[in-house]
Design a protein around this ligand. Sequence first.
Ligand SMILES: [Zn+2]
Length: 277
Amino acid sequence: MSEEIKKYHCSVCDTDSLTLLKHTGDAKIYKCLKCGSTIKTTSPEEDQVRISTADYVKQELRDEYSRKRKNYHQYIYDLIFKFSGKRHGSVLDIGANYGQLLEIFQKNGWETFGIEPNVKCLTQMKENDISAYAQIDDLMDDENYRNKAFDAITFIDVLYYIDDPIKLLTKCYNILKPGGIILLRTYHRSYLLFLRFFFKNIVNLVYGDSKIDFSIKGLFLLGQITGFKKDNITIFSEPGYIRKEGGLRLIYDIFRIFRLNNILGPGIITIMKKSNS
Ligand SMILES: [Zn+2]
């Protein structure tokens, strides 16, 4: 997507209502006046660097990462059961890393598919009998799976790296079974941007290497644009207890008492369910 298009077009709610919020080095932060999401420009080169060097793809960190995320992946698995009512089926994880989340589904008898552009991760998944592809289009072009429809599609900390989330989610909607669900894990931190008046580095802290900070309203609009009915979209904050390591748990618990966790919690879960009819 070109810089000019990004400049004026909100990739979350599909409106031309972006306003420039902040320059930071080469990057620019835009805010959507309709949905409140904020978008940071990144270049394809930066995206490529992230895919090849991010901590999560480092082989030496793989086991540590798997161990740390074990409870979390179980939590996601349980959510899929809770919202789909299915103990078995087919699941597609977009941005599947080494396939750690999919391994839980696999152990429980699910048919597992992963999308992951990093070659090391992709190879590992294939070795573990996960059907893995670099891009979603590769899956859709594969004759063996062309007519595949999924019971669940997951995006864990992935959607905010995507240039065109509407296009990608629409593809996912089309390969979702009736009654199937998409689960998105994102965070919502752009409320912290007001701190930019006090701290120079806040933009990097807020965004890290991501390019979109989805507002709650933006997530609802995104779901509806891609085909889901508003009543079939559920958005909630992750409970703080998932973070059993580190000192943040107490802070999240305090947020919950004051009902601030929806904006200040560690992550936002969005569940979109496709109608049965
Ligand atoms: Zn918007």
